[in-house]
Design a protein around this ligand. Structure first.
Ligand code: SAM
Length: 313
């Protein structure tokens, strides 16, 4: 039985034409109509071309215009699926101008699909701004779900999946990156980061130094031939990747601290405090909070040890 949650293929509302406003990106003007087009946000594969939905292919075949991050890159995907539609670019540095042209096309009744180089548009990719402006202009935005590296990595990582925090890319500059990681210390959910392969080793060192010995996973080349999951603690992963030449795309997932160091001794607490204050650059207040959370000891006791540590320096 076709559940009410399903929409029959081919039943997508098709908007037909409009006022003759030249938008600069559409093939030819059409007859006037007041109804705006639909903006489809279409997820595409993150590696394996089989990971595209029937619906995504159909929508891409039906729309009047496809806005793509890199038109040359997307043309290959579209050709593979026999899709031949006008393409326009929409990327970080032309979002403002192209966004306006796309909105004009939508206002003219054209249905537009937005795709990115891989995965779901708007997820560490251009898309948010266009969606926001479309919504503000009263245009209906229709998501066409599909792959995204964050969910793909989570689904097989073996870390808790009931709740997680998606961070995306950390700042490139080491200082800013460490600051951002330090701001996540009290986050009890799984953390998901996107990272460039050449920065993986440095990021793992920062994560390990600041977040400690948490369980973590490096998910590489998802859905591709050399797909790989490396699971270990952050310090072990930092060591493993220290001098490695990493190829391909990676997602880093960091689990919550496995357990508190029950019955931590004063000496262990001082070691933790030193790690957070001296190595990670946390304030005494933040370090005390972190260590209290991790050890299950009272903040008062940890604070007293922090003060003692300071006076004996
Ligand atoms: N929009 C995409 C999504 O929905 O996942 C993300 C685009 S973002 C510019 C690219 C980053 O996503 C890569 O640097 C990597 O961290 C992650 N990524 C994308 N594809 C991946 C893959 N096949 N395997 C591992 N990570 C991937």
């Amino acid at each position: 039985m076709m559940g009410s949650g399903f929409r029959a293929q081919g039943s997508e509302k098709q908007k037909r034409d409009d006022r003759e406003i030249a938008c600069g990106v559409c093939p030819e003007p059409r007859a006037p109509s007041p109804e705006p087009g639909l903006l489809y946000i279409v997820a595409t594969p993150i590696g394996n071309l089989e990971d595209i939905t029937y619906r995504a292919v159909r929508i891409l075949k039906e729309v009047d215009l496809i806005a793509a991050e890199d038109t040359r890159h997307s043309r290959k995907l579209l050709t593979h699926f026999g899709i031949s539609k006008p393409l326009t670019s929409y990327y970080d540095h032309n979002q403002q101008l192209k966004g306006q042209q796309i909105l004009t096309a939508l206002a003219n009744g054209r249905n537009v699909a937005l795709i990115s180089d891989a995965g779901t548009p708007g997820i560490s990719d251009p898309g948010y701004q266009l969606v926001r402006e479309a919504v503000a202009s009263g245009i209906t935005v229709v998501p066409i779900p599909g792959p995204s590296a964050v969910v793909t990595a989570l689904s097989a990582a073996g870390l808790p999946t009931d709740s997680f925090t998606f961070i995306g890319f950390l700042p490139n500059k080491p200082g800013k990156r460490q600051e951002r990681i330090a701001s996540l210390q009290h986050e009890a959910r799984v953390l998901v980061f996107y990272e460039a392969p050449q920065r993986l080793a440095a990021t793992l060192v920062d994560l390990s130094t600041i977040l400690g010995a948490r369980p973590a996973v490096v998910a590489r080349e998802l859905t591709k031939m050399h797909e790989e999951f490396v699971r270990n603690s952050l310090p072990e992963l930092a060591e493993y990747y220290r001098d490695a030449v990493v190829k391909g795309e990676v997602v880093i997932l960091v689990g919550p601290a496995v357990e508190t160091i029950a019955l931590a001794t004063d000496a262990e607490i001082v070691i933790c405090l030193r790690r957070y204050i001296e190595a990670a650059g946390l304030s005494v207040k933040d370090a005390v909070q972190q260590v209290a959370d991790e050890t299950g000891q009272s903040r008062r006791l940890v604070y007293a040890l922090a003060l003692e540590m300071k006076t004996t320096e």
